[in-house]
Ligand binder design. Structure first.
Ligand code: 7RM
Length: 649
């Protein structure tokens, strides 16, 4: 049992929302939550029709849900535009001159962009997309730093029905190349570079490397000048963002789109070596992002809301851009690292902008704990009213620290479980209603019929581990895996009949609270980033020195999990320090810095069953520095266990 699981089972602390908080909240008590939740799953048509009226529609839908398992259509026959919902409808209201985005660059520059200004910027850039003949339904890759133009590019695509696929700036040229090929992108929107810990990330150079071999459909690369670093401009293919603006005006009506029109593709790791292009659609996705901002963050017009996620992850899509802007909220964006120029950067930002809602990841919280209380203590954090976490299970120690040191003991914490695939929050507390316990995401959100089941799909009794499933479709669910319906069906809807299988293990306690213990497939969660072991293995075996590789996670105090690689080399190759470094570098080149191995262990052979399957269970125990226990009778060659023992030194 891991330390975290042991802590969870003995956790008895309960934190009730403060009365003053509940009084002002949209959902004020558990009775209200239960009544609405019951309605949302028993009479979904009624519930969702009422919530969908929060959005602005060009044409009302005819039917709330058309469910041909596992394919869902929500708000059938309706028409709307996501950018119109995030921008246009706030114009002519009190929000017109309100900050939509407050931005701070890593070097320290600041920009405040009002709804009126953001609307104008999005219209201008949408006209740039038109000018470059990029059409509705076509795919565009966005590979940008955390700057307002990243959101502007997303919203400009949404305004025209162009499908964006944002690639995290920490992914490599190879990753861009794979994604361009998979979704058939016709253009890439990027920047010369972005700042990270004082250095410049050469984004444009990575795009050049990704496109250099040709044989792809990219005909245009639009480059925003951010860092001023020298870049190559490929004549006939590359254009500068600021130059393009000289040719366009700000008149660009939003295109009314079908409810089910694809909005974006976001690639995420699964248990094979090839990332899946998760496809989200227009109406259902937006509604999911919107109502979670409404009920979970309970966003108000006077909030300064900060989600620290990068827009390269789904959290950045739903909770930096689409959700908060559809609510007319103020969304803060920060470009850089939390420890630049020193460990107090986040707390300085919160103090200086009076941030009221903070949404961040357990891995960041654990790093803050390690850096010491003196950093947050130097700053006035009294503007905070609500805290949130996402990305992995939060260990009770980190939860308590977040609650006491950051929240001053007064802010509710919403621990939100969800996935790239789910589009928005699925299991989470509601800040004015749910009594929280450190380490649990608590109860299902509206419309979510979650359960923990055994291998036969039967719900398990309280305090029994099982697999987390969702038993009904929900509006912001993924629609398919881009270009691969069979994979969509197989991955998510075939483990159990009629249920969405999340890939996570969980148990429910006596109060029905969900305690999520993490992935049960071959996906690692490294600092909140999803990384497939098969992807890392694929990268390793593509190196000429490597014969075989097996990658497992090991517990890591800060990152949650670390990447440990067991590698056998080809005959005649010397397994030495230089090769270790070369392999780490190779993985960075193939996938990106996020997947950098923490440890590479050379082995003579890998432990396998007689049928040739690598016994990862054993490797996990070894990687964690534990004795090998459990059933080893299927192991083909016992002597190799001893040989796998030595760690990287
Ligand atoms: C939003 C996001 C999804 C995986 C998911 C879980 C883990 C996320 C929590 C969590 C426990 C949480 N999308 N996860 N949130 N586990 N408690 N509150 O992270 O697609 O990148 O990852 O992350 O394993 O399956 S994701």
């Amino acid at each position: 049992m891991s330390k975290n699981t042991a802590n969870q089972l003995s956790e008895t602390r309960v934190f009730k929302p403060a009365k003053e908080f509940s009084k002002k909240a949209r959902i004020q008590n558990m009775a209200q939550y239960r009544a609405l939740w019951e309605e949302s799953v028993k009479r979904p048509d009624k519930f969702w029709a009422r919530e969908a009226a929060d959005l602005c529609w060009n044409k009302k839908w005819l039917k709330v849900l058309d469910w041909q398992e596992p394919f869902a259509k929500w708000f059938v026959g309706g028409r709307l535009n996501v950018a119109e919902n995030c921008l246009d409808r706030h114009l002519g209201t009190a929000r017109q001159n309100k900050a939509a985005i407050i931005w701070e660059g890593e070097p320290g520059e600041r920009r405040v962009i009002t709804y009126q200004q953001l609307h104008r910027e999005v219209c201008l850039f949408a006209n740039v997309l038109k000018r470059n003949k990029i059409k509705k339904g076509e795919r565009v890759l966005i590979y940008m730093p955390m700057i307002p133009e990243a959101a502007i590019a997303m919203l400009a695509c949404a305004r025209l029905g162009i499908v964006h696929s944002v690639v995290f700036g920490g992914f490599s040229a190879e990753s861009i190349k794979d994604r361009v090929a998979d979704c058939g992108a016709v253009a890439v929107i990027t920047a010369d570079g972005g700042y990270r810990r004082g250095a410049i990330v050469p984004l444009k150079a990575n795009v050049d490397a990704a496109l250099k071999d040709g044989g792809h459909p990219v005909k245009r690369v639009i480059v925003f000048r951010r860092a001023g670093n020298d870049i190559h401009i490929e004549e006939g293919r590359d254009v500068w963002w600021h130059r393009e603006l000289e040719y366009v005006d700000a008149n660009c009506p939003p295109v009314p789109l079908d409810s089910e029109a694809p909005l974006f593709i976001l690639y995420t790791s699964g248990s094979t070596g090839k990332p899946k292009g998760i496809l989200h659609s227009t109406a259902g996705y937006l509604l999911g992002a919107h109502i979670s901002c409404k009920y979970v963050f309970d966003l108000r017009d006077d909030d300064v809301y900060w989600c620290t996620a990068d827009i390269g992850w789904v959290t950045g899509h739903s909770y930096v851009v689409y959700g908060p802007l559809s609510m007319g909220a103020t969304s803060l964006m920060y470009e850089g690292a939390p420890n630049w120029p020193d460990n107090g950067r986040f707390w300085k930002i919160i103090e200086e902008f009076s941030v009221s809602v903070l949404y961040t990841a357990p891995t960041a919280i654990r790093a803050f704990i390690k850096w010491g209380d003196e950093w947050p203590k130097k700053h006035d954090l009294s503007s905070l009213r609500l805290l949130g976490t996402v990305g992995e299970p939060i260990n009770p120690e980190a939860w308590m620290w977040y609650h006491n040191v950051i929240g001053g003991g007064r802010c509710p914490i919403v621990d939100t479980w969800w996935q790239t695939e789910t589009g928005g929050h699925m299991i989470t507390s509601l800040p004015g209603a749910t009594p929280t316990k450190p380490g649990t995401a608590t109860l299902p959100f509206f419309g979510v019929d979650a359960a923990v089941v055994d291998d036969n799909g039967q719900e398990v009794p309280p305090n029994t581990m099982g697999k987390l499933v969702i038993r009904k479709p929900w509006p912001s669910m993924l629609r398919t895996v881009w270009g691969d319906k069979a994979r969509y069906k197989k991955t998510y809807w075939s483990e159990f009949k009629g249920m969405y299988f999340a890939g996570d293990g969980a148990r429910r306690d006596k109060d029905g609270y969900f305690w999520i213990t993490g992935r049960i497939d071959d996906v690692l969660n490294v600092a909140g980033h999803r990384i497939g072991t098969a992807e890392v293995e694929g990268a390793l075996v593509s190196h000429p020195a490597v014969a075989e590789a097996a990658v497992v996670g090991r517990p890591d105090e800060i990152k949650g999990q670390g990447v440990v690689c067991f590698v056998t080399v080809k005959q005649g190759v010397k397994a030495d320090y230089a090769l270790r470094d070369a392999l780490k570098k190779h993985v960075r080149t193939m996938i990106g810095p996020v997947a950098t191995p923490d440890e590479i262990r050379f082995a003579e052979v890998l432990p396998k069953t007689r049928s040739g399957k690598i016994m990862r269970r054993l490797l996990k125990q070894i990687a964690a520095g534990n004795a090998v226990t459990g059933d080893t009778t299927t192991l083909e060659d016992f002597s190799i266990l001893a040989k796998l023992g030595s760690a990287e030194d």
